[in-house]
Write a protein that binds this ligand. Structure first.
Ligand code: IPM
Ligand code: MG
Length: 359
């Protein structure tokens, strides 16, 4: 898209704490966009609320809106209310990822020095790594998939090209960082992991400047706790990435701080927190809005090339966290709205200081 056009953003607030954190993130988007960035929002039902309103988690009109947009913002879906529904809200999420061909899920874990005290770990060095999780294949989608009371089958299946395309993205991304990729797998047991090793080794050879190693997923689970600072880009399959990214998030002190990009090779990318809908705290202004607000920052940087605006948001979040204005998941007592207001204030005050300095 050109800089003069109006960005079209699909907004999927979903269930549980979804609407609250989406409201927070959109308020921050509005603040940072003032005179700087033009956009139009299209709010559409998705997940449990779409089951209630339209009878299915991913209505055709919701998918069409996403397909016609430049980017998709998604909060969270699911909740006990739909446990017995013929289709779960999560099925809508998986269907959306597949329909938009969002094969790469990028989940950053970064913690500034000022905010290291939120970590439950004793960190010896700064932590800054990114998980590249394959998102549209593997055991989440492989056939056959059967269920009876006597036997159930899931299939972990990967084709060469499904591995190659995300591996290329991960190596390209590593060239912009510390130039190291770790492939995480279970190649001592799984055939699909052995294919990952073959394919990824060939791609690694195309990127001589990037160093490359492999680790088993069980050892990685341990290493993430023991020495998280050693990682730069972690490349892994769908299920392993799901599990390791929740573990990685805890290094920052809370799952509530981690955003993600889901992207394909063309079409809109989707931005969402890695956490779920937290129905137990919905409607209480207790949810941490940071992961959703960071998702907006990722969208501005990645889909709209507005790193400047993204950096303003990230700086404000880091400062507000450093000032101790945080929700209960990070040990604080601030509400969702108080954290959001503090982030907005920080952005506005920084802009005023900038304007005064530049008269
Ligand atoms: C995530 C979530 C989803 C997943 C669920 C809600 C289906 O855990 O985005 O990590 O497993 O991919
Ligand atoms: Mg998950």
């Amino acid at each position: 898209m050109t800089t003069t056009s109006v960005a079209q953003i699909a907004v999927l607030a979903g269930d549980g704490v979804g609407p609250e954190i989406m409201t927070a993130a959109l308020a921050v988007l509005k603040t940072v966009s003032q005179d700087q960035f033009q956009y139009q929002l299209q709010a559409v039902p998705f997940g449990g609320i779409a089951i209630d309103q339209c009878g299915e988690p991913l209505p055709a009109t919701t998918l069409a809106t996403c397909q016609a947009s430049d980017a998709v913002l998604l909060a969270a879906v699911g909740g006990p209310k739909w446990d017995q529904a013929p289709q779960r809200p999560e099925a809508g999420l998986l269907a959306l990822r597949q329909a938009l061909n969002l094969f790469a899920n990028i989940r950053p874990t970064r913690i500034t020095e000022a905010n290291q005290h939120y970590s439950p770990l004793k960190l010896a060095a700064p932590v800054d790594f990114v998980i590249f999780r394959e998102l549209t294949s593997g055991i989440y989608f492989g056939q056959p998939r059967t269920f009876s009371s006597e036997m159930a089958v899931d299939t972990m299946r990967y084709q060469r090209e499904e591995i190659a395309r995300i591996a290329r993205l991960a190596f390209q991304f590593a060239t912009t960082r510390s130039q190291h990729v770790t492939l995480v797998d279970k190649a001592n047991v799984l055939a699909s992991s052995r294919l990952w090793r073959q394919v990824v080794a060939a791609i690694a050879a195309e990127f001589p400047a990037v160093t490359y190693d492999t680790k088993y997923v069980d050892a990685t689970a341990m290493q993430l706790i023991a020495h998280p600072e050693q990682f730069d880009v972690i490349l892994t399959a769908n299920l392993f990435g799901d599990i390791l990214s929740d573990e990685a998030a805890e290094i920052t002190g809370s799952l509530g701080t981690i955003p993600s990009i889901s992207q394909g090779s063309q079409g809109p990318a989707l931005y969402e927190p890695i956490h779920g809908s937290a129905p137990d705290i919905a409607g209480q202004s207790r949810a941490n809005p940071i992961a959703m607000i960071r998702s907006v920052a990722l969208m501005l940087a990645h889909s709209f090339k507005r790193t400047d605006l993204a950096n303003e948001i990230t700086t404000a979040i880091d400062a507000v966290m450093a000032a101790g204005i945080v929700t209960p998941d990070l040990g604080g007592s601030a509400t969702t709205t108080a954290v959001t207001a503090a982030i907005i204030n920080h952005i506005q005050e920084s802009r005023e200081v900038y304007a005064t300095d530049h008269v």
